[in-house]
Design a protein around this ligand. Sequence first.
Ligand code: SF4
Length: 272
Amino acid sequence: MTLTTPEIYKLLPKTNCKECRANSCFAFAALVFKGDREIDECPYVDKKSIALVKKNNSQHNSIETEQDKLLKSLKDQVAGIDLESRAIPTGGTFSNNRLTLKVMGKNVAIDTSGKIFTDIHVNAWIAAPFMDYVINAKGTLPTGVWSPFRELPGGKDRYRLFEQRCEGSLKHLADTYPDLFEDLMVLFNGQQVHDHYQSDISLVLHPLPLVPILICYWKPDEGMASDLNLFFDETVEDNLNIQQVYTLGAGLVTMFEKIAVRHGISTTCPVH
Ligand code: SF4
């Protein structure tokens, strides 16, 4: 299991001293997670934590290699299908040899060679579910019945990983970055909805046309810790297999973490 940005952050002193040339400890943790910086560039991390993160990074690199192989295989599969016939089941449009889908309000297109065209940064964790969806989505329309990941038919076995990598990381981000939900609405066409599970904030995103995600966040209150859950439409596995549902969740959280770092999370990280 690989360490997430918040887990790397927990190993840092959280003084935001900037001696590592990052704007904050959280920004530094995000750079270490991406592999752009080494954990021992912070002079205050103990040897045990350095060893833990280095071991984690070598596992992370082998996952990235697997991910690259998967992307190549998906690209080859896209090249072998009739892309025009995929417009209806994916909820997209086809023209000029490209299938275009709305990904959180933005156009993302793929051509018959499997090349992706978009103005937004699509990381490998989002590209894989996108292509899998293009190839395999059945076109089942969402019913509006929300289900937590663990109650999806294939979700039980992967829930612990999903909870850690997706829900846990996003909760940490919501706790430390107050503009998160506003950014999701402005940048990614997030739609606020009301009264879901009595949460303080309920927001729906559409990372793929027939794969909506409901984010529910409960703020900390009177000694109670905050909480955050992600919900999927009960039909989600008709359109995206469960492994790719997990990958999509992890990809979105990675994208949101980068935005938070870019928008100066340094001023909001708590000093413990
Ligand atoms: S990670 Fe960077 S900002 Fe945080 S304590 Fe270490 S040197 Fe200072």
